[in-house]
Design a protein around this ligand. Structure first.
Ligand SMILES: Cc1ncc(C[n+]2csc(CCOP(=O)(O)OP(=O)(O)O)c2C)c(N)n1
Length: 338
């Protein structure tokens, strides 16, 4: 089964982003590179037994978070998932506070109590990652209702994996959002696997048909092409701000690593050859970098410089987090809700 053929045969529902100007394009590249290097460092922290618990790496999917978040304003909202580092960084979270949270330090976004899967950063409009598959759909829809009631033109984006298509909450809120014309965009990151199971074994019919059944405007794009994601997201954000109601954006993508950092032997659910094809032929950063060079908006040394700067930021963030103190044991019961 070739996953690539399926995506390649799908027509992009929107034109390439004509409005991606050179300065913005380089920023997009920097953001994707930052996420990639952040995630590689997270893997190292796990392998070096420096990070408590697990993390779900976003490597390979960077074009989705960056393409969507670059179409948003800081005061727009997002909600995220267990695979949320890319969403948080793309929406404006800082690397040092992210690392501190992952290491359980008091300087982290949630005073070290949330860890990898529960990072929230209200200042940048991130209402929180959520370890409950599909759990954030209600939060994003509620945020959209709040924006509508307050009379603002803010937009809420709900990121979720295709595994959340099995959760009833998603259908309840899509129905409500459609009836009430709420300013929310549901972004389905179809990376083809629900944990260790191919989505083809769990998901009947066409994904976007599920949203269309509720009357949502629905678009399918190649999530490995950040330009197309950005273009699609920009037009959906525009129609949302114009009170044209909720929409659904399916981004076809692939996670290059395991379901989580400990998922090393994956041969029982997907082949090494399939992974190799995606990693070498469908890397969103490499693809966008090549496009930048073709456009003569950057040469290879400029791209290397961006990578080196991002690497320095990551290193400084880890150093900060490693030196930061743990929370006082006395506050274990504070800021915890059940
Ligand atoms: C309600 C619920 N059921 C089961 C789980 C266990 N679980 C964690 S991640 C995951 C698969 C999620 O797949 P998907 O939504 O496609 O996201 P991906 O991991 O591919 O990014 C499952 C079943 C959970 N966290 N929450």
């Amino acid at each position: 089964m070739s996953s690539i053929r399926t995506i390649a045969s799908k027509p992009a529902a929107v034109l390439p982003a004509e409005d991606l100007k050179p300065e913005k394009a380089l920023h997009v590249y920097r953001q994707m590179m930052k996420i990639r290097l952040f995630e590689e460092q997270v893997n190292q922290l796990y392998l070096g037994a420096k990070m408590p618990g697990l993390a779900h790496l976003y490597i390979g999917e960077e074009g989705v978070a960056v393409g969507v978040c670059e179409a948003l304003r800081t005061d727009d909202y997002i909600t995220s998932t267990h695979r949320g580092h890319g969403h948080c960084l793309a929406k404006g979270a800082s690397v040092d506070l992210m690392f501190a949270e992952l290491l359980g330090k008091v300087s982290g976004y949630c005073r070290g109590k949330g860890g990898s899967m529960h990072i929230a950063d209200v200042k940048s409009g991130n209402l929180g990652a959520n370890a409950i598959v599909g759990g954030s759909a209600g939060i994003a829809t509620g945020a959209a209702l709040s924006a509508q009631m307050r009379g603002t033109d803010q937009v809420a984006v709900c990121f979720f994996g295709e595994g959340a298509l099995g959760q009833g909450l998603l259908y309840e809120v899509m129905n409500m959002a459609s009836l009430w014309k709420l300013p929310v965009i549901y972004v389905c990151e179809n990376n083809r696997y629900n944990e260790y199971t191919s989505y083809t074994e769990t998901t009947a019919g066409e994904i976007r048909a599920r949203a269309q059944a509720f009357g949502l405007h629905s678009v399918v794009v190649d999530g490995q092409d950040v330009r197309v994601v950005y273009s699609a997201a920009s037009s959906l954000v525009e129609r949302t701000r114009n009170s044209e109601g909720p929409s659904f954006l399916q981004c076809d993508t692939y996670r290059f690593h395991g379901h989580h950092v400990g998922d090393i032997d994956r041969s029982y659910y997907r082949s090494k050859e399939e992974e190799r094809q995606w990693q070498t032929g469908h890397d969103p950063i490499k693809r966008f970098g090549e496009w930048l060079v073709d456009q003569t908006w950057a040469d290879r040394s400029a791209l290397q410089r961006i990578e080196a700067e991002a690497q320095a930021e990551i290193q400084a963030g880890v150093n900060f987090a490693m030196k930061a103190p743990f929370p006082d044991p006395g506050e274990v019961g504070q800021h915890v809700y059940a």
